[in-house]
Design a protein around this ligand. Structure first.
Ligand code: FAD
Length: 292
């Protein structure tokens, strides 16, 4: 099923993001996670694509099995960094052969140890070029990344949103945001998008704060702002892992429930492959009346 049609059928669309285990770990570890969350009835599960194309075959294999074995719709991430257009064709054809119909078209970031592979002549520089490439194929639904606080490389939020508008106009069916912790940022983003004529449905990307170190890393990488309430949590419980996780889960539940009250079109939960915590969060959400 094409994910764009899910947004026409229900509010909110609920999705989970998982990542393939590193090559040295067995693939089965991720299927244990999926077994642990499948009965939460996600509308789709997305599978990330390794930086610079590492783990690429795992992304396709996992996405394909989510659909074929578990009967859950799947969204395969794909980054253009480090791939030539010809390689992208091979990957897209492989996805097609595996029955994958939904692709999240991303630029990606070069792996930290190989910054030189990013922009070889002929390779795409921005996700918009991958979107246009995918539009040459029929039958795919194409999603893209959005940044409620602007992408970290952008000097002004507005510049990033103008690029986002162009990306959507090039053929994006739906958007998934980078994590954010303050809902006001998301509402502001959504209002600006509508003012700019961007009406593609947007799923809010929510990452529960389960671990102080991980959250600091994510903030460094994404540039997300840290609201005072979360800073307080870090200060108060930063050295108490059990308490921290409990309050982090509460924070995510409250954040999502407030978004739901305000009519968010989709919730995309960054599960970090943690089934148990994902279950607690979803069981505490006010997800009633999801059919339109
Ligand atoms: P783009 O849309 O190309 O934007 C990148 C930057 O370029 C932005 O600052 C934008 O404003 C700017 N820009 C765009 N067009 C132009 C132009 N014409 N001229 C000048 N500047 C321009 N990474 C992975 O490696 N694997 C994943 O699986 C993955 N999944 C993700 C899922 C989500 C939901 C999100 C939000 C991010 C994900 N990422 C993933 C991270 C993503 O690859 C990085 O954030 C990357 O830096 C930007 O990717 P993009 O697709 O948003 O790029």
């Amino acid at each position: 099923m094409l994910i764009k049609s899910l947004y026409q059928q229900k509010t909110p669309v609920l999705s989970f993001e998982i990542f393939p285990p590193k090559p040295e770990y067995p693939l089965d570890t991720v299927f244990k996670t999926i077994e642990g969350i499948r009965d939460l009835n996600p509308d789709f599960i997305s599978v990330t694509y390794g930086a610079g194309g590492s783990n690429r075959s795992r992304t396709i294999e996992i996405a394909s099995r989510i659909k074929k074995t578990y009967g859950i719709e799947t969204l395969a991430h794909l980054t253009c960094v480090g791939h030539s257009p010809e390689e992208l064709d091979q990957i897209v054809n492989q996805m097609k052969d595996e029955g994958i119909e939904n692709i999240l078209a991303l630029r990606g970031d070069p792996p930290r140890d190989r910054p030189e592979i990013t922009f070889r002549p002929g390779n795409y520089r921005y996700a918009i070029e991958l979107v246009k490439h995918l539009r040459r194929y029929s039958g795919f639904c194409v999603g893209a990344a959005a940044y409620a606080e602007g992408h970290i490389e952008s000097k002004r939020w507005r510049d990033d949103w103008e690029h986002l508008r162009a990306k959507v106009e090039a053929g994006v069916d739906f958007l998934v945001t980078q994590l954010f912790f303050d809902n006001r940022i998301f509402y502001n983003f959504k209002e600006n998008m509508l003012r700019m004529g961007v009406t593609a449905p947007v799923s809010a990307g929510i990452m529960p704060v389960l671990n102080p170190n991980r959250i600091k890393k994510m903030i460094y990488l994404s540039g997300a702002s840290l609201p005072a309430k979360l800073l307080q949590l870090l200060d108060q419980y930063g050295d108490q892992p059990v308490e921290f996780e409990k309050f982090g889960i509460d924070y995510a539940v409250n954040q999502i429930n407030e978004l739901l009250e305000n009519g968010v079109e989709g919730i995309h939960l960054y599960t970090m492959n943690r089934a148990q915590q994902t279950r607690i969060i979803v069981k505490n959400l006010n997800l009633v009346g999801r059919n339109k």
